[in-house]
Structures are given as structure tokens and as C-alpha cells.
Design a protein around this ligand. Structure first.
Ligand code: GLP
Length: 251
């Protein structure tokens, strides 16, 4: 696991976008595993800039998103499908038919999970998986649990995740309580993983993820077992790691 510390969130976005751009340049037909949340927004902004400058071409890329809320339609402005369209897809030349995301409106969870696993399999797996991290160490929506989930699964969101996501919804009652998410095994099968995190609120979980025990109670800790993970964090998110286990930080 390589940990790169950037001076701030903007710089984080530049570094992470450079890594994704390198992937797409070296393999134009890359399958990009994409993430939502506030953490990857500066990364997406920088990817858009590169595309607009003519430095990046997504026309042969595929995208497979990590997760989606159960019950939200694609045109709901809080759905992850909407987020991806607004924050990346509509600004670049990726073909919408090459983008994939779990279908939050499918009520049959077993069917949807099997469908999404088949989609990822048909793509040949993920080349580069972008991840954020929840305060409790969740990746995608894989919440702390007794064991690591394998394929796509339906999750009952923890109260802390529901509370953290409440800021995006008008009313508390509107916050979905379930989500479909790629499983940990699928995430771990990505050839390369890029995790981004910023802000002091993430400092403790970044420390636990990088230097703590590997446990499904901190789902992101399993990334320690992957052989090609780059963690890009700003100074604030790196603070506890810097203080307690600086040997993990590059440079
Ligand atoms: C949600 C998403 C995760 C994301 C996390 C952190 O739960 N499902 O993919 O990593 O939020 O969000 P943020 O980046 O806004 O802190």
C-alpha cells in the first residue's frame, strides 16, 4: 500500500486524476471502477479538465460504479447514477452505454446482485478501482460486518452512514436505508486500487485502514492485502497516520 500525502484537497484531485489518466492513456479500453461521495469530486474535476484540454480520451473506456441506493431512480438527484452523470459522465466523452451502475429500482435483490456481478465479469473485471472511505471504514457500501462480502450484495446501512448521508437529502426520512454494493472480493479483484480521502474527519479511519488490524469490522483494512493500492490523502486526513505510524507514508 503506497500512501501519498498531498497539501490539500485540490492537490489530491490533481494527483488522483493523474493516476487515472495514466491508466487510460496506457490502456484506452480500461474498465474504471468509479466511486461517489464528496471525496472523488476534485478528482473528477481534474479528469474533466484533462479531457477538455485534449489530454484524455474516454471514448473506449468502460465504467462500473461501486454502489447505488435501493429505491432511488436514476433521475433522482440523490441517486449515484445522477451523481456520476452530473459530476463526470456528461462532461467527458465516455459512451453512456459503456457505463454501469447497480439498478436501485430493482426490488429483487438476488436478481440485481447476480446481474451486476455478471456485468463486471463480462467486462473482464476492473482495471482501476477508485474508492472513497466511510468514517467507519466502509468501501462502496460494505459496512463493518462479521465477514467480508464477496460479490454484489444488498446492505442495510448503519445509522452512522445514514446520518453522514443525511446532509445530501432535504428530509431525514428521505435518506435510503439500503444500498446495493460491489462486494469486497470484487473490489479486491481490481488490478489496481486508488483510494482518496480528505479532511480531519477521515484521519482516524485512514490510520486504522493503513496501520491497523485487518478485520471486516474495518472493511477497508482488507486493502492491506492487495498488492497494488495507492492511497492519496490530504494533510488533514493523513494527520493521525503521520503522528502514529509515519513509516507508512511515502517520501
Ligand atoms: C458513501 C459512498 C462511499 C463513499 C462514502 C464516503 O457511503 N457509498 O463510496 O466512499 O460515502 O463519502 P464522502 O466521500 O462524502 O466522505
Amino acid at each position: 500500500m503506497r500512501v501519498i500525502v498531498t497539501k490539500d484537497y485540490e492537490d489530491l484531485g490533481r494527483v488522483a486524476a493523474n493516476i487515472i489518466a495514466a491508466q487510460v492513456t496506457l490502456k484506452p479500453e480500461s474498465v474504471l471502477g468509479l466511486a461517489t461521495g464528496s471525496s472523488p469530486i476534485s478528482t473528477y474535476k481534474n479528469l474533466i479538465k484533462k479531457y477538455e484540454n485534449g489530454d484524455l480520451d474516454f471514448s473506449r473506456c468502460y465504467a462500473a460504479n461501486l454502489d447505488e441506493y435501493v429505491g432511488l431512480t436514476k433521475d433522482n438527484d440523490q441517486s449515484y447514477a445522477y451523481f456520476m452523470y452530473e459530476n463526470l459522465f456528461k462532461h467527458v466523452n465516455i459512451k453512456m452505454e459503456n457505463t454501469n451502475i447497480p439498478d436501485g429500482t430493482e426490488p429483487d435483490a438476488a436478481k440485481e446482485c447476480a446481474r451486476y456481478d455478471a456485468v463486471i465479469k463480462a467486462l473482464g473485471g476492473v482495471d482501476l478501482q477508485l474508492l472513497g472511505i466511510g468514517h467507519n471504514g466502509h468501501v462502496g457500501f460494505n459496512e463493518p460486518a462479521d465477514c467480508f462480502a464477496k460479490g454484489t450484495n444488498i446492505i442495510n446501512l448503519t445509522q452512522s452512514t445514514i446520518d453522514a448521508n443525511t446532509r445530501f437529502f432535504e428530509k431525514k426520512e428521505d435518506v435510503p436505508t439500503q444500498a446495493y454494493t460491489m462486494g469486497i472480493k470484487t473490489i479486491m479483484s481490481a488490478k489496481k486500487i486508488l483510494l482518496v480521502a480528505n479532511g480531519e474527519g477521515k484521519a482516524e479511519i485512514i490510520y486504522k485502514m493503513v496501520a491497523g488490524e485487518i478485520t471486516p469490522q474495518v472493511p477497508a483494512s482488507v486493502l492491506q492485502l492487495h498488492n497494488d493500492v495507492i492511497v492519496v490523502v490530504d494533510e488533514a486526513a493523513a494527520a493521525m497516520l503521520k503522528e502514529k505510524a509515519p513509516e507508512y507514508i511515502e517520501g
